[in-house]
Design a protein around this ligand. Structure first.
Ligand code: SAH
Ligand code: F3S
Length: 434
């Protein structure tokens, strides 16, 4: 197959970003910035909330004009919406050539080849029984400082609101050898910081190895400066994991630990398998071990029959923990989940009001946390030059805080430098090299 120019539009989580890079690699394609220069356009979609899956369909819709101009253009939909609605999408969107589910990416090359060779358009690849799910590694721009490595596909938890197990299947843990090989590949292409991803990474296990051992193996990788991972499941936080993080010189002081609600009653309805007491105790143990650990979480507002008392318990939780960042969402009923069958639902306006209240208090907390860091020194891995401001550079601290820095030069990209934070905002800082 001749080298194709590809444009991939990505929605959703880091797993989708990773899959988009695998899509590019699987076709050995040349990524382009403008869709009108592409031979193939793929929209990689997210189904987590209803709004996200509507977006997917309209995103594909906007490429219709390009297809009319260039009938040879191939348009495909990948990701969770493709998996969820498969055939229906092919019927609904006449200019869509194929849909492909997340597990079938290793088959993309053959699929596109078939479309080009036989002109037998309109393919649906949404099988879940694919053995080589990890086969393709992601495309990595040479010299890019950070990258992702998947260690797990799918999810074995059954959270009542969540569509992920339906569209991404049950948990498959990636073999240790493949994780190390892919890490080395990205490090050889210039990556200094790798984020290990999966739906519940800390439940990873493979042939007797556990997540806490995996961190030890990763620490040994020459050339790798920083290790991050996401997402962790609260119930699977163990003392061994905490110790392993603490003693690992490369693991960043950052943890994303979705709590979802501050109410035990709601957590039970959500089938989250932990209590608020367990969650808070885990945070205490983590903070005892790593006092400079930055914490973020996810919260769903308005699940099932969330009462004002349940909501106040969530407000209290964010007061008690003082997360650095919260990703919060209004509950969206998803097809095929057990939540879909629960009959009492919170009124839309009430849910929206609660969401705004939570977000507005969290904005204050994030800023308060950040203001406490002014005039303190941190190590920043410099990632890139800022697009709009020449001579300004962007980097992150171990705590994943974004810092904008002047008075350094291009050679610092890819280096860890010392800075002092001089100004703090809600989501970022200004730093001076020191
Ligand atoms: N294991 C993954 C879950 C991916 S979904 C992780 O923890 O990152 C990411 C977040 O989306 C979840 O933590 C949850 O807060 C939110 N979410 C999932 N399903 C949702 C739904 N039906 N409505 C609203 N938010 C949802
Ligand atoms: Fe979803 Fe719960 Fe798994 S949020 S991805 S079912 S841990």
């Amino acid at each position: 197959m001749e080298k194709l120019s590809i444009f991939v539009e990505t929605y959703g989580c880091q797993m989708n970003e990773y899959d988009s890079d695998r899509i590019i690699n699987s076709l050995s394609a040349n990524p382009v910035k403008d869709p009108s220069d592409a031979d193939i356009i793929i929209v990689n979609t997210c189904a987590i909330r209803e709004k996200a899956d509507h977006k997917a369909v309209s995103a594909v819709g906007k490429y219709k004009k390009l297809k009319i101009k260039n009938p040879n253009l191939i348009i495909g939909m990948a990701g969770c919406v493709a998996q969820l609605y498969g055939k229906k999408l092919i019927k609904q969107i006449p200019h869509l050539d194929f849909v492909i589910g997340p597990r079938e990416i290793p088959k993309l090359r053959d699929l596109v080849f078939d479309i080009k060779e036989s002109a037998s358009h309109r393919k649906i690849n949404t099988s879940m029984d694919v053995e080589e799910v990890f086969q393709i590694s992601p495309y990595h721009e040479t010299g890019k400082v950070n990258g992702f490595v998947s260690i797990q596909q799918g999810c074995n938890k059954k959270c009542a609101y969540c569509i992920v197990p339906t569209v991404r299947g049950s948990e498959i843990n990636r073999p240790l050898k493949e994780i190390l090989e892919e890490s080395r590949l990205l490090i050889n292409q210039g990556a200094k910081e790798l984020t290990y991803i999966g739906q519940t990474v800390n439940s990873w296990k493979y042939e007797g190895e556990r997540f806490y051992n995996l961190l030890d193996y990763l620490q040994e990788l020459d050339g790798l400066e920083r290790i991050r991972f996401t997402t962790s499941f609260p119930r699977d936080i163990t003392s061994k994991m905490i110790n392993s993080m603490k003693n690992n010189t490369k693991v960043c002081r950052q943890l994303h630990l979705p709590v979802q609600s501050g109410s035990n009653r709601i957590l039970k309805l959500m089938k989250r398998a932990y209590s608020i007491e367990w969650y808070k105790d885990s945070i205490e143990r983590l903070r005892d071990a790593m006092p400079d650990l930055s914490l973020s979480t996810d919260i769903i507002i308005g699940f099932s029959d969330e009462s004002s008392k349940d909501f106040e318990e969530t407000m209290q939780l964010i007061e008690d923990i003082k997360f650095d960042t919260i990703y919060s969402f209004k509950y969206s009923i998803r097809p095929g989940t057990s939540g879909e069958l629960m009959d009492s639902h919170v009124n839309e306006d009430i849910a929206l009001n609660r969401l705004h209240k939570l977000q507005s208090r969290q904005r204050e907390i994030s800023l308060e946390n950040n203001l406490k860091q002014i005039n303190k020194r941190y190590k920043v891995l410099v990632e890139s030059e800022t697009k709009n401001n020449p001579n300004e550079f962007f980097g992150r601290t171990s705590q994943n805080k974004a810092v904008y820095i002047k008075n350094i030069d291009k050679k610092s990209i890819g280096e860890i430098i010392n800075i002092t934070k001089t100004e703090a905002f809600q989501n970022s800082f200004i730093g001076e090299p020191t």
